[in-house]
Design a binder for this molecule. Structure first.
Ligand code: FES
Ligand code: FE2
Length: 439
């Protein structure tokens, strides 16, 4: 298949996304644990729409349009230099004329209300409400009053990911940045494994695995092929290194990943990998190394009160390494960590986007790290060295796509079908841009 560049480079397309796409889809806006107490709130901006998500009750979240019904002032401001507001209030007070709103979006105070002589009803004065729900520990909003329920929307991803108990994970770090590329270019840098040998050549020292991608309705998933004779777990993020001594190469791969990517593994896994040479005799076959490593790390974590979910090996294989949730969220899942990306437009410039990356882990209760969203320019050492290799393609792809000599992308049918599937689904919403047959 081939995909034209309109979805990536056209300003008219970017403008149409507001009505046709963003006002219709479920969007992940944050984590449930960011809203721990009654009155905790966060804002989420998507183009001109700003959404206010509030914990109105111990067991209830509500979402409102972040705009004062009086004269239209944005109700909660975003602190400058940050991508959102996230705090706690008893009431929301508009900064223009002082109208006040409770956590249920009801207007509870209007200065000089008598001037309206009773004409203002709660219908006029309440905040506009929209749908909010939770799944996987994330908060999701939808601006379409007629949308399908979140859980249905997320299938089959929700059922496939459920055993990984992602709701128990907590941020280990989270960073955001503005890229010089369309939001689809940013996500498509991570929804395939085809780029690994070229963009991340140093990983090839630890073994080159084939990878697959699969359309799953609106969503898609990707994974690695298991090497011959290897336990199905190998297909998940736990990878033993290849080479003459898998004890050594596994430890090296873990050290490298921890130090330079700071994703897709945990301190417990790294420490357990370092011990492999002491705990296993020389010549231990790779599948035994994997089994021992996995089991000893699981035991180490259990001792500190961190219990990994047990997921059937066949299911681990089928679930792959990452899910692309339509349209703009990727969940790289595992039993003990996760790496997630999202990207969304930055204004109507099709050549820019807001990109977020978050790494999650499991922690004993109360020992979660304190994190916040750090704005991190692409050349900041905070990103390590592996992600910047991906970042180095973003602006260059966007530039290339704008060349009059470029005739459309040609995603690899076996390893990049997540991209084809994204555009097939986008076209359903946008009415344009469906992938075409190459022949
Ligand atoms: S615009 Fe909010 S009180 Fe006037
Ligand atoms: Fe990459």
């Amino acid at each position: 298949m081939t995909v034209g560049v309109e979805a990536y480079t056209s300003e008219a397309y970017a403008r149409a996304e507001r009505e046709r796409l963003w006002s219709k889809v479920w969007q992940q806006v944050g984590r449930v644990e960011e809203l721990p107490r009654v009155g905790s709130f966060m804002t989420y901006d998507i183009l001109e729409d700003s959404i206010l998500v509030v914990r109105s009750d111990k067991d209830r979240l509500r979402a409102f349009h972040n705009v004062c019904p009086h004269r239209g002032r944005r109700l909660v401001d975003c602190p400058s230099g940050q991508k959102q507001a996230c705090s706690r209030r008893k009431l929301f007070v508009c900064g223009f004329h002082g109208w006040r709103f409770d956590l249920n979006g009801q207007c509870v105070h209007i200065p000089e209300e008598q001037d309206w002589q009773g004409a203002l009803t709660p219908d006029h004065t309440g905040l506009g409400e929209l749908k909010v729900d939770t799944w996987g520990g994330w908060v999701w909003i939808n601006m379409d009053p007629d949308c399908e329920p979140l859980r249905e929307y997320l299938e089959p991803a929700a059922s496939m990911l459920e055993p990984f108990e992602l709701h128990n994970m907590r941020f280990r770090w989270r960073r955001w940045v503005i890229f010089d590329c369309n939001w689809k270019v940013a996500l498509e840098a991570f929804n395939e494994s085809y780029h690994l040998p070229t963009t991340h050549p140093e990983f090839m020292r630890y073994g080159a695995f084939g990878g697959w991608s699969k359309a799953q309705g609106k969503h898609s998933n990707i994974g690695f092929d298991a090497p011959k004779g290897m336990d199905e777990n190998q297909k998940a993020k736990l990878r033993v290194g290849s080479g003459p001594d898998p004890r050594v190469s596994t430890a090296e791969l873990q050290e490298f990943t921890w130090k330079h990517a700071n994703t897709s593994t945990t301190e417990t896994l790294v420490k357990a990998a370092r011990r492999l040479v002491d705990e296993l005799p020389e010549g231990t076959p790779a599948d035994q190394v994997l089994k021992h490593w996995h089991e000893s790390a699981r035991r180490d974590d259990e001792q500190r009160g961190v219990v990994w979910p047990t997921v059937d090996a066949e299911h681990v294989g089928k679930s792959g390494t990452a899910w692309q949730i339509f349209p703009n969220f990727q969940i790289g899942h595992a039993v003990n960590n996760a790496l997630c990306y999202s990207a969304r437009p930055y204004g109507y410039d099709p050549n820019k986007c807001i990109f977020e990356a978050a790494v999650y882990g499991l922690y004993p209760e109360g020992q979660e790290p304190k994190t916040e969203w750090l704005y991190t320019p692409i050349d900041d050492p905070g990103w390590g060295t592996v992600l910047p290799q991906d970042f180095s393609n973003m602006a260059a792809v966007q530039q290339g796509m704008r060349s009059r000599g470029f005739r459309g992308t040609k995603p690899n049918p076996s390893r990049e079908s997540s991209t084809t599937n994204l555009h097939r689904n986008l076209a359903q919403y946008m009415g344009t841009g469906a992938p075409k047959n190459l022949r």
